[in-house]
Design a protein around this ligand. Structure first.
Ligand code: ADP
Ligand code: MG
Length: 703
């Protein structure tokens, strides 16, 4: 906006001294008038509509009622004393309750007086009441026609509320700012006029006025629509711009891998199974990318068990045929080991030298590996994030694959890019099926391939939800599976804050399973074990020596033991939905019927119940991701590393999908036609992006 008035500190507003300004900066991160202007209400209370008293329910927002005071009384002992006022309308009566300011309010609320009360109805001992409502006196309302009827509600903090900056207090200063701005300040439009017309949007200035000081609920919602559109539009413009610059038509040397000899040989002679149609399609897309002469930036999405590993292997063969190296990074040591162990025999058939590097690789071997990849003797390097260390220098890296990429941070992936003079082709793989709205935003600059088909013969996993008390039954079922020659996982939650307690759960669980199955070989696996012990235990399970694997979430992602057909998840209520889906995905990896038992306690929150019943209802990763998004919001679905970009001021990626799609289309149209914003009418876009960059609204690290 570049308006110098708005750059002033908020302490120029009435009633905001230096102290309060400091507190607001600390608590809400608002410093300038412009910051304040962009601090939007999250809701509006409509005081022109009154609820009927007999229809009130315990709900999570404020309502207004209009009624007559019938009586007031002081109840309770001295330290628990409260004032109760009874209000009556034509449908019934309700109690308003105060715990503070008793005598003052008692004096004001004379029986017979008609009042309007605003507050949150709460169920207290089976009766609805409202605690500490705000009161308007009707005679004042009618006397003063200017009283605001639609009141925006702002988020605030306890500390601010104590200093009279509750939602009302913030509203008061917003109002002062807006009244001034209305008359004295020009606010430049930052969307192209063509878009404003096409989408029928409010102008920027009107929207800012109406979002804070609406003269009707409709106007408030139009204002919000405009501001959300703007926010999402600029998010998308910047993502698409980045994508455009990454895939700009110039071809770069070292990105066209025309020789596919190894891949052909592999597919003809060594494929361990027939590829699914989806796998074939994805392979074609990847092959095309790698022969295009441009750098590939592709995301491979495929539900747990859809067969991503073989795609990784085949992709790596392409750079190898052309004299380049490849690397594949996994989030855990166990998973990196698994990749190495399952793919090595296939690679040996093709005479390809592969190695694995992790945090626990011994110094001597480490040195050999460093030398081997620098000379180019080692062609494929598997590993954990240890691969990212400076000391890992490739001779010529042609492809970097990141498995279970949602477990990594953006910065970590960016490091892979720099592993070669020419950035290598990038393939990131994930089983987290990201709903469309999120994918558009988070992976907007990647091309996406989807494995939407499971290998043949898979049967849907059957899931049951049982209570702690059914343990004998569960043990019986474990026994049945083992008698059939199958293997079983029993997983315990591990939550950082209470590690000690969790390990105790795991240990106790292990002991009780041992008692229940004295003749059966049982393994145990958790994060505190030394890497070589983990390998040893995992290896016993992979080879079918141990029948039951008692583990923490270290086995959450990627682990593939097709003979395991039962997953028991203890304290299942403590896991998130996508985590449960990942864990369940450890079974159902062959044509054998697999099962998942979710064990929970009795006392569950509504949200836990919903999570568990979602798991029982469906195996569909997309459906589960959508449910997760609704329950917990996008930050959780993506993992903390990626939630940063989702700190939107007004838009909501879940609720505002329609606006997002429109904003995305509008952004795409501009980028396609005028990527450098040369046209006169697109100049505002260019200017505004510069302002965003200046302000440090960083989008560069998205993917
Ligand atoms: P994810 O996509 O979860 O990483 P994996 O790549 O580990 O899945 O594959 C799961 C299992 O399915 C493995 O045992 C793998 O060998 C097997 N598999 C993969 N593709 C096929 C296929 N086309 N036909 C049969 N089995 C397959
Ligand atoms: Mg996998």
């Amino acid at each position: 906006m570049g308006n110098s008035y708005l750059e002033k500190k908020i302490d120029i507003l009435k009633g905001i001294g230096e102290q309060k300004a400091k507190l607001i900066a600390k608590e809400l991160d608002l410093r300038t008038l412009e910051d304040l202007l962009n601090y939007f209400p999250f809701r509006y209370d409509d005081k022109t509509r009154f609820c009927k008293i007999n229809e009130l329910e315990d709900i999570d927002f404020n309502i207004s009622i209009k009624g007559t005071v019938t009586q007031t009384k002081l109840v309770g002992l001295s330290y628990k004393k409260r004032l109760v006022a009874e209000i009556k309308d034509e449908t019934g009566t309700i109690e308003l309750v105060w715990f503070k300011g008793l005598s003052w309010i008692g004096k004001l609320l004379k029986p017979g007086l008609t009042i309007i009360a605003h507050g949150k109805p709460t169920n207290y001992n089976g009766k609805i009441n409202i605690a500490h409502p705000e009161i308007d006196y009707l005679n004042k309302v009618t006397a003063n026609k200017n009283i605001d009827s639609i009141i925006p509600v702002y988020k605030t903090t306890e500390l601010l509320s104590k200093r009279f900056l509750n939602s009302r207090g913030i509203y008061r200063i917003q109002k002062e700012l807006i009244e001034y701005l209305k008359i004295n300040i020009e606010i430049e439009e930052n969307l192209p006029l063509s878009i404003i017309k096409k989408e029928n949007l409010m102008t920027k200035k009107t929207a800012l006025i109406q979002v804070h000081l609406p003269n009707s609920l409709d106007n408030a919602s139009e204002a919000r629509k405009r501001l959300k559109f703007e926010e999402l539009f600029y998010l998308q413009v910047r993502i698409l711009k980045q994508k455009y610059s990454k895939t700009s038509p110039e071809k770069s040397e070292g990105h066209d891998f025309l020789d596919t000899n190894l891949l052909k040989t592999f597919m003809m002679s060594y494929l361990p199974f027939e590829l699914t149609e989806a796998q074939k399609r994805v392979m074609e897309q990847i092959h095309k990318d790698m022969t295009s002469g441009r750098q590939m930036n592709r995301l491979l999405q495929g539900d747990v068990g859809s067969g991503k590993t073989i795609i990784a292997l085949m992709s790596m063969l392409i750079p190898l045929s052309n004299g380049f190296q490849a690397t594949m990074m996994a989030p855990t040591e166990i998973l990196a080991e698994q990749h190495y162990n399952t793919l090595k025999p296939l690679l040996e058939k093709l005479n390809i030298k592969a190695e694995i590097l992790s945090g626990s690789t011994k110094t001597r071997l480490r040195r050999e590996i460093f030398a081997g990849i620098e000379t180019g003797y080692i062609k494929i390097l598997f590993g954990t994030h240890a691969l990212l260390e400076e000391t890992v220098q490739f001779k010529n890296l042609g492809l970097a694959i990141v498995d279970e990429q949602h477990k990594f941070g953006v910065a970590q992936r960016a490091k892979l890019w720099k592993k070669n003079v020419i950035p290598p082709h990038i393939l990131v793989m994930t089983a987290t099926p990201i709903p469309r709205t999120l994918a558009m935003t988070v992976y907007g600059d990647l091309d996406v391939s989807v494995l939407d088909e499971m290998p043949e013969g898979r049967k849907p996993i059957r899931t049951a939800w049982m209570k702690d008390s059914s343990r004998l039954k569960i043990f019986g079922f474990i026994k049945e599976q083992i008698d059939k020659g199958r293997q079983v996982y029993v997983v315990y939650p591990l939550i950082e804050e209470s590690k000690k307690l969790d390990y105790k759960d795991l240990e106790d669980g292990y002991e009780s399973i041992k008692r229940a199955f004295p003749d059966i070989q049982i393994g145990v696996l958790h994060g505190r074990m030394r890497p070589e012990d983990k390998d040893y235990e995992m290896d016993l399970f992979v080879r079918g020596k141990t029948k039951i694997m008692v583990a923490t979430t270290v086995i959450e992602v990627g682990i593939n033991v097709p003979n395991a057909t039962l997953m028991v998840i203890e304290s299942a209520e403590r896991f998130g939905l996508s985590q449960l889906h990942q864990l369940r995905g450890r079974v159902g990896r062959s044509s054998k019927q697999s099962y998942c038992i979710l064990v929970s306690g009795y006392k569950l929150t509504q949200e836990s119940k919903e999570r568990l019943s979602t798991m029982v209802r469906t195996n569909d990763g997309f459906e589960i991701a959508n449910a997760d998004l609704k329950l917990r919001g996008p930050g959780n679905l993506l993992g903390t590393q990626q939630s940063g970009i989702l700190e939107l001021k007004i838009a909501d990626l879940v609720k505002d999908e329609k606006i997002l799609v429109k904003a995305r289309d509008a952004a795409k149209e501009i980028i396609d036609e005028d990527p450098e914003f040369i046209k006169e009418e697109n100049k505002v876009v260019k200017d505004y992006i510069e302002i965003l960059i200046e302000k440090g609204v960083d989008m560069t690290g998205i993917s």
